[in-house]
Design a protein around this ligand. Structure first.
Ligand SMILES: Cc1cc2nc3c(=O)[nH]c(=O)nc-3n(C[C@H](O)[C@H](O)[C@H](O)COP(=O)(O)OP(=O)(O)OC[C@H]3O[C@@H](n4cnc5c(N)ncnc54)[C@H](O)[C@@H]3O)c2cc1C
Length: 426
């Protein structure tokens, strides 16, 4: 298949009942204005609207134009720093609380999936060890989980690995049987429906270009008019642009690239990943893949370029990465390729709170499928002044770095260094 024949629309969006472009005017005033119609913004909107606050969600692009329609749909415990790292920094209680939020986020999404048809598949995840040393570390970590934060983990020695994935690329690994996957677009549409049913309005293709303080709130400038709002939430994550330079200095947009193979047939996919699990591995430059929801394709993602590129340009590199693990896919054609901007933070933690009176919730470091709906709900509750909205992350500093203004000039050297570390098997 030539690059021209590859669709750059995410696989999930192509088959989803996405709403037509909105044409409505924006109201002159609302109680709550939310910038960003992804998982975070929609989850927050549901809370504020259900409490009777007039709520408007605006997005610069289509509904979920950011990561929320572009992700891999993998659901896992998603707090990046280890308990030990967090304990050294914040003390045991805060560290425990932060890690608990990560577990609660998965539990919350699992319960949400009872209400929203988002193709929840509780197939678990295989975490492949890139080296024998990584495998030993996995075994050690599995045996020494902090008390109260235990997850079910099953060790898979190399000799049994083919029961998980038809490859000799890994040195064994472990299975997280409670991990799951969702259809990202269905989750998005489900969250939108809940927000709308609660009374919120969602207007797409309506960028907010400026927010100014007024006597009793804010005025937001949009191409469809000025909106006065008592409260504003920035739910812009990796798409946080010049609208708020303070936030832009605190999130690092990083391109994550995905490809989907053409339908291979469920039998062929099952032969590759017999238990239909998500697959990730222990390299610094992470790859992640899984069977599509219908079990017919492999959807494969990772960091495919040093600097950001057109997703079509990244197809050969992603293919190469995929075929190193699964050489059986050498003849498989790629039908879709797309990219989205995840939001890293300098301490690899999500952040939520209020700056200069404006609420924010962002920085999931590529793991927002469970975290964004969960923290979106929490920040919505905080905007209502509810105690349930409190989180262990409240009040933590949201760090930036000198000379960082939103363009991650350090990304290419960092990825290069990580690739070297991976190649050396460290
Ligand atoms: C390729 C890829 C794979 C991923 N895979 C996974 C995965 O398997 N598991 C996982 O947990 N996470 C994954 N993620 C991350 C996850 O998708 C995100 O963390 C999550 O969707 C973030 O949701 P959000 O609502 O905070 O942000 P987004 O969905 O990115 O939404 C932000 C929105 O803000 C809008 N916006 C920005 N500025 C303005 C403005 N001025 N005016 C109006 N609107 C504005 C944007 O248009 C955008 O729609 C992946 C991400 C990508 C890109």
């Amino acid at each position: 298949m030539t690059p021209d024949a590859i669709s750059t629309v995410p696989l999930w969006v192509q088959g989803a009942a996405m709403p037509p472009p909105s044409t409505q005017a924006v109201p002159a005033s609302v109680d709550v204005l939310i910038v960003g119609a992804g998982y975070t913004g929609l989850a927050a909107a549901r809370e504020t609207a259900a409490a009777g606050r007039s709520t408007l969600v605006l997005d610069a692009g289509a509904l979920g134009a950011g990561c929320s329609s572009r992700n891999g749909g993998q659901v896992a415990y998603s707090i990046k720093p280890s308990f030990e790292t967090l304990r050294a920094k914040f003390g045991a209680d805060v560290a425990f609380g932060i890690c608990r939020e990560g577990l609660d986020a998965v539990t919350y999404l699992r319960s949400l999936a009872q209400e929203i048809d988002c193709e929840w598949r509780a197939a678990g995840c295989f975490f492949g060890a890139h080296t024998a040393r990584h495998f030993s570390r996995m075994v050690r970590d599995a045996q020494n989980q902090p008390r109260g934060l235990e997850q079910k983990i099953e060790i898979v020695p190399k000799a049994e690995q083919h029961g998980e994935i038809a490859t000799d690329f890994y040195h064994g690994g472990c299975v997280y049987p409670d991990d799951a996957s969702v259809d990202p677009a269905r989750l998005l549409l489900g969250l939108e429906r809940r927000a709308l049913e609660s009374g919120a309005s969602v207007v797409d293709r309506c960028p907010v270009s400026a927010i100014e303080r007024t006597g009793d709130g804010f005025a937001a400038l949009t191409p469809r008019g000025v909106v006065q709002a008592r409260q504003v939430l920035l739910a812009t994550n990796g798409y946080s642009g010049p609208l708020s330079p303070w936030h832009r200095r605190r999130v690092i947009p990083i391109g994550s690239y995905q490809i989907a193979t053409e339908p291979l047939g469920a039998e062929r996919v099952r032969a590759l990943i017999p238990r239909g699990r998500n697959i990730v591995d222990s390299r610094r430059v992470v790859v992640y893949f899984r069977p599509s929801a219908d079990g017919e394709r492999i959807v494969f993602g990772g960091r495919a370029a040093l600097a950001e590129k057109d997703p079509l340009v990244c197809v050969p590199r992603l293919r190469q990465m995929m075929e190193r693990i699964l050489p059986q896919l050498k003849s498989a054609r790629v039908s879709h390729a797309w990219v989205g901007w995840v939001a890293y933070t300098f301490d690899t933690l999500p952040h939520l709170g209020r700056h200069d009176g404006i609420y924010y919730c962002m920085g999931y470091c590529g793991q927002g499928v469970p975290l964004a709906p969960y923290f979106g709900k929490r920040i919505g509750q905080q905007m209502l002044g509810l105690k349930e909205g409190q989180t262990a992350l409240d009040g933590l500093p949201f760090p930036s770095r000198p000379y960082y203004y939103g363009k991650p000039w350090f990304l290419a050297p960092s990825v290069l260094a990580y690739r070297l570390i991976d190649a050396l098997g460290l």
